[in-house]
Ligand binder design. Sequence first.
Ligand code: COA
Length: 332
Amino acid sequence: MTTQTKILGTGICLPEKVMTNFDLEKVVDTNDEWIYERTGIKARRICSTEGGEWPTDLAEKAAWRALEAAALTPDDIDMIIFASVTPDVKLPNSASILQQKLKITNQCAAMDIAVACSGFVYGANMADSFIKTGMAKKVLVVGSEMLSREIDWSDRTICILFGDGCGCAIFGAAEEGETSEVLATHLGTDGSGAEFFDQPIGGAVTPLTAEHIAAGEHFMRMKGREMFKVATRTLAENARIVLKKAGLSLEDVDWVVPHQANIRIIETTARLIGVPMEKVIVNIENYGNTSAATVPIAFHEAVMDGRIKRGDIVLFDAFGAGLTFGATLLRY
Ligand SMILES: CC(C)(COP(=O)(O)OP(=O)(O)OC[C@H]1O[C@@H](n2cnc3c(N)ncnc32)[C@H](O)[C@@H]1OP(=O)(O)O)[C@@H](O)C(=O)NCCC(=O)NCCS
């Protein structure tokens, strides 16, 4: 029998602090109406800088929820894939820190992936491959970000878009006779668009200096319009590719869980692929763009409130800096 990959449990954790558009009006020259109309965002969560809400802290809490949902203990996990572009520290990697925080003693593989907003989908598809090849049995895939640390709070074109948060899922093999399975996966990258969203200062090429910080050059930079155009095209193409691979049509899809970057990107994509917005999970209003965390947070919330049920066909669809992109089509 070939192995079918199933989502065994999910969890999320969001920082306590809520920053609304009205709060942002006090930080930069912007207003609630502009932000909501252009992006669909009303509020975002912001991690404490006092400690206790670092990306691996959020991940630990989210992981405990997923373990409970899956009726597993930490030592059942035999691989951790941690997707983030805002790790706690440069070394060691966040997955190792999380392994320690969860008190996992089995010395499981623990790796980070830095593919920006596509991170969770990359992790999910990697988990599917590791499970199908027998290299792992229970893979914890995490998307956790503290973007509030890396954005320029004086730049109104970027700071309005992002927020902090974490979502995760545990992937494992389905039992015999179960219908849950990953039906098709797709991953890709178009490096020619790297300059549309980057953070060149602070790496090996240009180490961070006091001058960079004083000039505010160390933050993420984004070409919003270019990202917008690429995003809609890419998300639509991702959907077509996985549906074709699975031999399914859009009518078969019960729910689309897209990366939450901008409501207009989500609506345009839905129109391009021909799916009604009633089938699209959207929570950008509350959290903004939490990068690798948007898809697992939106998925978890929709499972918890009963919209997504076991047996439903679900499409995860994401794109991000890189430009990376990917999709997962699964029967939940
Ligand atoms: C960023 C984004 C919302 C900007 O929307 P837009 O419609 O392209 O807006 P523009 O940049 O053309 O700016 C329009 C005007 O609003 C102004 N403006 C920009 N940000 C503003 C803000 N926060 N508040 C008020 N006005 C703002 C601009 O200065 C400009 O004014 P001007 O016409 O007088 O020059 C949009 O491009 C976007 O969402 N892009 C995708 C970004 C993304 O998803 N990135 C992450 C990918 S993972």
